[in-house]
Design a protein around this ligand. Structure first.
Ligand code: ADP
Ligand code: MG
Length: 341
């Protein structure tokens, strides 16, 4: 009887971004998973985009943190505050608390699952259903997960990269590493210091990665840009001109190789029947890291398989939670086998 009145929402609680899908509306919120807190009182000062602008720029009295680390909740109180803020922001119908589907990494422990559920309940959810993230990403990318065939998804997020092979609505195999887009930013910070004595923040590094980052030479012509930072010797602001080639070869290469190695090792462990399916269908790249120029080509060369970039890699998981919500019966609330609890 609640089904008719209540808001059903799906949440992709990522290390970098949190997305909220509201049933019948689609993705209504997309903000960085960042919370700024007053140090003296521990009170939340800002959440999301506003808090991200504060990262690296806070006065001593405020700290801006990312409560999700390595794909799991690193700070319960702060994650709960963040979840509450996001749920309240989208849930205008306060009469009935929402039912919430949350995508969580497939490797998390029972204790961590409990913690995510408790946080969401404390943050105002009526009922919480956990959905494995690769499953959500696969559903959101339109893969036929219920078929007796291999569906492989590689999700490159901020803090983690996760590979999963799904068949008959179950995760047959999954593997993840604590390396993702953030590590690429760190590599760029280190490169700028090493090569030019230029100190830059991670936000600037992320900007460089998005504007000129690449995994393989850019066919349409290499790119370049100006970067501002502080000279580590003179201590003064300065501007340096950099190219996509140096960023690829001297900053990003090693980290990107770790992602390639992960994909290869997952393929080596894939049951033979499913391997054969992958030769036919290839695999899907999702998560913000999928947007690095040429990564699809690089992975395709390394594996010999077709690599398909999800239509909207940053939204795949959230869209998957939404499609899953739609598949939940309102009245009988029959659980599909896909959900984990
Ligand atoms: P999470 O699921 O961990 O929240 P996301 O899937 O939202 O992560 O991806 C965030 C990561 O993707 C960040 O490291 C971000 O810098 C990176 N990213 C986003 N857009 C791009 C882009 N156009 N090129 C390269 N990296 C990108
Ligand atoms: Mg993600």
């Amino acid at each position: 009887m609640f089904g008719f009145l209540a808001n059903d929402i799906g949440i992709d609680l990522g290390t970098a971004n949190t997305l909220v899908f509201v049933k019948d509306k689609g993705i209504v919120l997309r903000e960085p998973s960042v919370v700024a807190v007053y140090e003296s009182t521990g009170k939340v000062c800002a959440v999301g985009a506003e808090a991200k602008r504060m990262l690296g720029r806070t006065p001593g009295t405020i700290t801006a943190t990312r409560p999700m680390k390595d794909g799991v909740i690193a700070d319960f109180e702060i994650s709960e505050a963040m979840l509450r803020y996001f749920i309240e922001k989208v849930d205008k119908n306060k009469i009935v608390p929402p039912r919430v589907v949350i995508a969580v990494p497939s490797g998390i422990t029972a204790v961590e699952k409990r913690a995510v559920k408790d946080s969401a309940i404390n943050a105002g959810a009526r009922e919480v259903i956990l959905l494995e993230e690769p499953m959500a990403a696969a559903i959101g990318s339109g893969l036929p997960i219920a078929e007796p065939t291999a569906n492989m998804i590689v999700d490159i997020g901020g803090g983690t990269t996760e590979v999963a092979i799904i068949s008959l609505s179950g995760v047959v195999f999954s593997k993840s590493i604590r390396v993702g887009g953030d590590e690429l930013d760190v590599a760029i910070v280190q490169y700028m210091k090493r090569a030019y004595n230029l100190l830059i923040g991670e936000r600037t590094a992320e900007d460089i990665k998005m504007k000129i980052g690449s995994a393989v030479p850019i066919q349409s012509g290499e790119l370049s840009m100006d970067v501002r930072g502080r000279d580590s010797v003179a201590g003064l602001p300065k501007t340096i001109h950099i190219t996509s080639q140096e960023i690829r070869e001297d900053a990003l290469k090693e980290t990107i190789q770790q992602v390639v190695d992960l994909v290869k090792s997952a393929l080596e462990r894939c049951p033979p029947e499913l391997s054969a399916d992958l030769v036919d269908h290839g695999f899907v790249l999702a998560g913000g890291g999928a947007l690095i120029r040429g990564l699809d080509n690089m992975l395709s060369d390394a594996t010999g398989l077709t690599v398909i970039q999800a239509e909207d890699p940053l939204c795949a998981v959230a869209n998957g939670t939404g499609i899953y919500l739609n598949s939940l019966g309102d009245l009988d609330r029959k659980r599909s086998r896909v959900a984990i609890n």
